[in-house]
Design a protein around this ligand. Structure first.
Ligand code: UDX
Length: 484
């Protein structure tokens, strides 16, 4: 089928490349000429597994790029809108980019075409989109509007697209249902997975994508409710982790116990410094605003956000408690991205934490495998340096902080880390290490929701032993909260 994708950001570019991969002829449109020129030159603007491979494979065959919306959508059978819906000052989703696309698109629509809303939008946006198109001159018989929310995680977006848990088709008429079903047929009937060159799923068997057909409003709600639920799961486990730490339990054992209940499941129960990124913080807030507009006070969502913010403050307190005071302390920082395997730093808890620590008078030496360039603009100019590898970040530091769950960090040689540090203290905001291993490597190891671990004394120098002896107790996160 002929597909146009309006907006070549994370969602748009991945969707365009994947639609081409499953056999469609795709044009990816963006109004930023620099972005389109770079894509035409073969540059890939985002760090996303398999994306370069797909762009290489399909560019100038089934995939092209354009800055011209009007010309590019004229022949398209389906036009996906994937422009940003940032958070406005009031917390609602700002739909002005969607509206401006609708305005520009209206005069170019002709014949039977399907306009699909794929960006995350509040419920009722399909109705508003329909109205905006007609208001701006599109003949109402010439198009249908449907919702097809994306559930792509950054870092695994290509695989998430091609091997989805579900594809939601939110259609209010037969035409929309038919077009969207045809577009996703290679995934729904499994023909894609049998192709020799298909991107493979490394673990697990997968033979067809489940399709859920709903009306447009339900599809819009599914997206907001899914993200809000996932954010709630993280805040819930973080709250439990704080209690676990206070009473000397182990959050990982608690999670194994909770997660083995099939109604709860083991995923998305990693305690840490809270969620970030371009979706969860904004979507929880936007969903709350939707509920307000429905005259429903969804207080739970307020609490989800509050716990998440509090989690960062408690981590700063934990570092302070481990070091006694922060002023003049040199901190190694591993991780700046909002999660592992991405260069995205939007709403990253790591950035908020580093800023807070430097504001308290500490200096930071940070390393992130992909996000340092993007992070530099959001970090203090003074009191901040960047390292060339994780061990380099630790050299001469009073403590090493783990702020992003990069796989690379989980594989660090902890003895080498200890040798690089000035004091053998690691404060792990992502629970990447086994406390016993950290102890055997001679580290004083603090993590989230687990008891602090002291080093095996035989490994310490005299001075380190004195230090460890005075570090045996860190305030529990809850008493740290109470004293602030
Ligand atoms: C999310 C949704 O997962 C995706 O379906 C949606 O379409 C877009 O938003 P993404 O923002 O890429 O995707 O990140 P995700 O992998 O979901 O992680 C979000 C945040 O939660 C990260 O900061 C991560 O570190 C944190 N997280 C995740 C936890 O703290 N604990 C967990 O158990 C899981």
């Amino acid at each position: 089928m002929r597909i146009a994708v309006v907006g070549s950001g994370y969602v748009g570019l991945v969707s365009a490349a994947c639609f081409a991969e499953i056999g469609h002829n795709v044009v990816s449109i963006d109004n930023d000429p620099d972005k389109i020129t770079a894509l035409e030159r073969g540059e890939v603007p985002i760090h996303e597994l398999h994306l370069s491979e797909l762009l290489d494979r399909h560019h100038n065959h089934r995939l092209r790029f354009s800055t011209s919306l009007g010309d590019s959508i004229r022949d398209a059978e389906a036009i996906f809108i994937t422009v940003g819906t940032p958070q406005s000052e009031t917390g609602e989703a700002d739909l002005s980019y969607v509206e401006s696309v609708a305005r520009e698109m209206a005069s170019a629509l002709r014949g039977q075409q399907l306009v699909v809303e794929k960006s995350t939008v509040p419920v009722n946006t399909c109705d508003s989109l329909r109205r905006a198109l007609v208001l701006n001159g599109a003949p109402s018989q010439s198009f249908s509007v449907a919702s097809n929310p994306e559930f792509l995680r950054e870092g695994t977006a290509v695989v998430d697209f091609l091997y989805p848990d579900r594809i939601v088709i939110g259609a209010d008429d037969e035409f929309s249902r038919t077009v969207l079903s045809k577009i996703y047929a290679p995934l729904a009937n499994g023909t894609y997975y049998r192709q020799r060159e298909a991107i493979r799923l490394h673990n697990g068997v997968y033979d067809r994508a489940p399709i859920i057909v709903t009306n447009a409003k339900s599809a819009e709600l599914i997206k907001h409710a899914s993200n809000a639920f996932l954010a709630m799961k993280i805040s819930f486990i973080n709250a439990v982790a704080n209690i676990s730490e206070s009473v000397g339990a182990d959050i990982q054992q608690v999670c194994a116990g909770i997660g083995s209940d099939s109604r709860i499941g083991p995923k998305f129960l990693n305690a840490g410094i809270g969620y970030g990124g371009s979706c969860f913080p904004k979507d929880v807030q936007a969903f709350r605003m939707v509920s307000e507009q429905c005259n429903y006070e969804f207080g739970l969502l307020k609490e989800v956000t509050k716990i998440n913010t509090e989690q960062q403050r408690l981590f700063v307190k934990k570092v302070q408690s481990a070091l006694w005071t922060l002023r003049g302390k040199k901190l190694g920082v591993l991780g700046l991205a909002f999660k592992g395997e991405t260069d995205d730093v939007r709403e990253s808890p790591a950035i908020a934490i580093v800023n807070a620590l430097v504001k308290e008078g500490a200096t930071a030496r940070a390393y992130d495998p992909a996000a340092m360039r993007r992070a530099a603009d959001l970090l203090p100019k003074e009191g901040m340096t960047f390292a060339s590898n994780p061990y380099d970040a630790a050299v001469g530091c009073d403590a090493l902080l783990i702020l992003t769950e990069w796989r690379e960090f989980a594989a660090l040689d902890l003895e080498r880390v200890r040798r690089a540090l000035r004091h053998p203290i690691v404060v792990d905001g992502r629970n990447l290490f086994d406390p016993e291993k950290a102890s055997r490597a001679g580290l004083i190891y603090y993590s989230i929701g687990r008891p602090a671990c002291m080093p095996d004394r035989s490994l310490l120098t005299g001075q380190e032993e004195d230090y460890a002896a005075t570090s045996h107790r860190i305030e529990s996160p809850l008493s740290a909260g109470a004293t602030s």
